[in-house]
Design a protein around this ligand. Structure first.
Ligand code: BGC
Length: 386
């Protein structure tokens, strides 16, 4: 109510004086904190060859902030209020380039060309076999050796009436990481005045190829570095999941979650069933869910809530699937922003995507992109607190 009043007054270009705000309960919303959404561009750091990495700071009218760098089109910070209006940075990451160039488990990055695994790094398209770098056991993971998380994107700030955005673009040459086709990719991050972070993806190619883009943010709604997310309560709008073999490649089966520890259709603490036999081999959740409803249309995939801060996040997506990954491989050795060590289960990822290894499973929704087609996907993260 108060926020829409503020937006209206700002849009009308009125000068707001302190007299409009009573003291007391709403004192925190004093006029000097109220502003229009803005985008600032600054320097984040450099690559070893001297290339400058830019930082795009998106600030909304409430003062919530999302930061994106041109390396990997990576979301590095996301400052979101708790029930009392206190903002915390809810994504894991680094505060300098050394961090992103070191041991970085894809914190906040755009992953491509193919998010998650392709079995043995092999797929066949239109009768031709393509062989990708094998970088995860026997498989290819997250685009290969130098995926979209490790390339430099071009950024373009976009300021709107009630949102701040940055459009990141990247040209991936034919044969890059052995994928076919010259591919032009655009990823737009938009932070709205309602604390929604939208990520819109589009791409075109000049040869048939496969494509599966996602964002690999590691969320901790209590704040990055604030212990584990095992007490976060998760809802997943998914009746089915794609079971995997010992190397995390889908068997091809679409199986019901009912009766398994994968069932989050009733909101459940993430850590509640970690001892279940079906989670033993992996040590927790690292699994793709089939999002209920029609792929291609925005629909609710997930809702996560931190009971302590009251922060919650809904994930809406056009994608057919979402990978729940609970930072099983973190072990305290990676030190992130402010030198804080990130522990095992220190975050959860909800990577909206096509199913892993789709190019080798004709029964999965297709990931093939052909010349003349436009790849178009969107995922929205909606934050609130109570
Ligand atoms: C994968 C995990 C992997 C993690 C970090 C997730 O998308 O499913 O197996 O460890 O990314 O690379």
């Amino acid at each position: 109510m108060k926020r829409s009043l503020v937006a209206t007054l700002l849009a009308a270009g009125l000068l707001i004086t302190g007299a409009l705000w009573p003291a007391g309960a709403h004192a925190a919303k004093k006029p000097k904190d109220i502003r229009r959404a803005t985008v600032q561009v600054s320097e984040f750091g450099h690559l070893p060859d001297g290339t400058t990495i830019n930082l795009y700071t998106l600030t909304n009218a409430k003062g919530s902030v999302a930061k994106v760098i041109s390396y990997g089109a990576t979301l590095t910070e996301l400052w979101i209020p708790n029930y009392a209006g206190r903002k915390r940075d809810v994504v894991l990451g680094f505060d300098n380039m050394e961090g992103y160039l070191g041991t970085d488990p894809y914190f906040g990055a755009i992953v491509g060309r193919y998010g998650n695994r392709i079995a043995k790094g092999l797929f066949t398209l239109d009768g031709k076999q393509y062989s990708l770098a094998v970088n995860n056991g026997p498989n290819s993971l997250h685009g290969g050796i130098k995926g979209f998380d490790k390339v430099v994107w071009q950024g373009q700030p976009v300021e709107g009436a009630h949102a701040a955005a940055v459009k990141m673009t990247y040209h991936s040459a034919d044969g890059e990481e052995n994928y076919p086709g010259n591919l032009d990719v655009a990823v737009t991050y938009t932070l709205t005045d309602d604390d929604e972070l939208k990520i819109q993806y589009s791409a075109t190619t000049d040869k048939a190829t496969v494509l599966n883009l996602t964002n690999h943010s590691y969320f901790n709604l209590a704040g990055a570095g604030e212990g584990t997310i095992l007490d976060h309560v998760l809802f997943l709008n998914a009746d089915d999941y794609t079971p995997v073999d010992a190397t995390l490649i889908p068997t091809g089966e679409i199986a019901p979650v009912a009766g398994t520890a994968f069932d989050f259709r009733k909101p459940t603490a993430i850590g509640k069933r970690l001892d279940a036999p079906e989670l033993k081999a992996v040590g927790g959740y690292d699994i793709n869910y089939v999002v209920n409803g029609e792929a291609g249309k925005l629909r609710l995939a997930a809702r996560a809530e931190d009971p302590n801060s009251g922060r919650s996040m809904e994930v809406w997506t056009t994608q057919p699937g979402v990978q729940l990954y609970i930072a099983i491989s973190l072990d305290g050795s990676v030190k992130g922003k402010h030198g804080i060590a990130y522990p095992k289960y220190g975050a959860f990822c909800l990577e909206t995507q096509h199913y892993p290894d789709s190019p080798n499973h004709p029964n999965f929704p297709s990931t093939v992109l052909r010349p003349g087609q436009t790849y178009s996907e969107e995922t929205d993260y909606k934050f609130s607190a109570k």
